[in-house]
Design a protein around this ligand. Structure first.
Ligand code: GLY
Length: 302
């Protein structure tokens, strides 16, 4: 691939359905990506730096802010990275890991691209990845709100019958299910001045969900994609996003020359209005974000 020196662009999001007042966290993350570009000049390292800030923030559904499973104790997290230098890594259902996005980055240096569950946790131990097992008051409060909402009167996910959850629920006791699902993600896409693209994403998954549930965030082409024409990250309810291979589909529209904003809108329009979904992307000449819900975000550069 021949690349020419140009301008950088960074877009960061804090999740479709996330609180707009958390925008300051996205702005700090984007600023951290700029700093990393100044140090390494590497699009992927910059995207990872941004996502690490959001994982450490504690307010977003990723890293320290990840939603608790309905047992009120278990956190399972997914993360992914990809760039135009051929680096690709992901982890799913990891527990007690301080920064899942850094673990995904480490997987990209192994012979594999994707590690899940106990094997991913063992890999983390083997490379001495820092652990984080503290449950914050913010996480407990979010969990209390989910428990309070356990009315059992509305589907936990749009179009899904709660009886299906109840039949297969893999906790000790069956729950009443809440009327809505918390399912945001954090992500960052970067165009470096050298023309390379990088994407990183991280999530605590959805609430409620079965143990072992994996959404779109660690699935290449669904939650994230990077190629010579740009980088795309998705956020929202993974069960719907994967059915559209959303990130890759939007990427191909951008690659075919569709204006970036039009590609993002068209991606969101694939979904029913009651499904939370959002997108961010950078191309060779543009950068943007679009969501059918509030979505805290920040952008630096065009
Ligand atoms: N988009 C995050 C998830 O579905 O897990």
């Amino acid at each position: 691939m021949s690349l020419s020196q140009g301008s950088h662009a960074i877009v960061v999001h804090g999740g479709a359905g996330g609180k707009p007042e958390y925008k300051d966290g996205c702005e700090r993350a984007a600023q951290r990506a700029v700093e990393e570009l100044g140090i390494s000049g590497d699009a992927l390292e910059a995207a990872i730096a941004a996502v690490t800030v959001l994982e450490d923030d504690g307010r977003f559904n990723a890293g320290r802010g990840s939603v608790l499973c309905l047992d009120g104790e278990t956190v399972e997290m997914d993360a992914s990275v990809m760039d135009t230098r051929g680096r690709l890594g992901a982890v799913a259902c990891v527990r007690g890991i301080e920064n899942p996005v850094l673990l995904a980055r480490a997987v990209a240096d192994t012979p594999h691209w994707f590690l899940a569950g106990d094997g991913a946790d063992r890999f983390a131990a083997a490379i001495r990845h820092p652990l984080w097992n503290t449950i914050s008051e913010h996480q407990r409060e979010q969990h209390r709100q989910v428990r309070e909402a356990l009315a059992g009167t509305a589907p936990a996910m749009p179009g899904v019958d709660n009886q299906a959850f109840l039949r297969f629920w893999n906790y000790r006791s069956a729950p009443d299910l809440p009327p809505g699902a918390a399912c945001d993600t954090v992500g960052a896409v970067v165009r470096a001045p050298d023309g390379h693209f990088g994407v990183a994403a991280s999530t605590g998954g959805s609430a409620p969900s079965l143990l072992g549930r994996v959404g779109d965030t660690p699935i290449v082409g669904s939650g994230f994609y990077a190629g010579p024409a740009g980088a795309v990250a998705a956020t929202g309810i993974g069960e719907y996003i994967v059915r559209h291979l959303l990130a890759h589909r939007v990427y191909t529209w951008i690659e075919d020359g569709m204006p970036l904003e039009q590609a993002l809108r068209r991606g969101i329009e694939l979904f029913d209005k009651d499904v939370d979904v959002g997108l961010i992307a950078v191309s060779r000449t543009e950068a943007g974000a679009f969501s059918n819900r509030d979505m805290p975000r920040a952008r630096i550069g065009n």
